[in-house]
Write a protein that binds this ligand. Structure first.
Ligand code: MG
Length: 125
């Protein structure tokens, strides 16, 4: 079973993503910010990360940079979900190493499809 980490400071958003992904057989771990995510990743290796951009303590960009510097997460698919439509932030996110930058509100079918395709691509590499 594929493992997915959801990182968002909003518990409502985490619940929503969890609910969407529950349609498929994924094992979900939740974290409330970048620091919490890194702590959870010490004990759980995940196949894909869905991260918010704006979070306290450690934001999504810092989290992505940190993951890309970690041997185990160099090429793990990362989807960034955010309300911002700022083009510079989108570029910063891609430069930091996200695979996909999606705007909230979340469209369930698109999220499911993207998650599946990214996991599929990873498998075929
Ligand atoms: Mg947030």
């Amino acid at each position: 079973m594929k493992k997915i980490l959801i990182v968002d400071d909003s518990s409502t958003i985490r619940k929503l993503i969890n609910y969407i992904l529950r349609k498929k057989d994924y094992q979900i771990t939740e974290a409330e910010d970048g620091i919490d995510a890194l702590e959870k990743l010490i004990n759980t290796k995940v196949d894909l990360v869905i991260a918010d951009l704006n979070m306290p303590n450690m934001d999504g960009i810092e989290l992505v940079k940190s993951l890309r510097n970690n041997f185990y997460y160099i090429d793990t698919p990362i989807i960034m979900l955010t309300t911002t439509r700022d083009e510079n932030l989108r570029k910063t996110a891609y430069d930091a190493g996200v695979n996909l930058f999606l705007n909230k509100p979340i469209q369930p079918n698109i999220l499911l499809y993207k998650v599946e395709s990214l996991l599929e691509e990873k498998k075929n590499v």
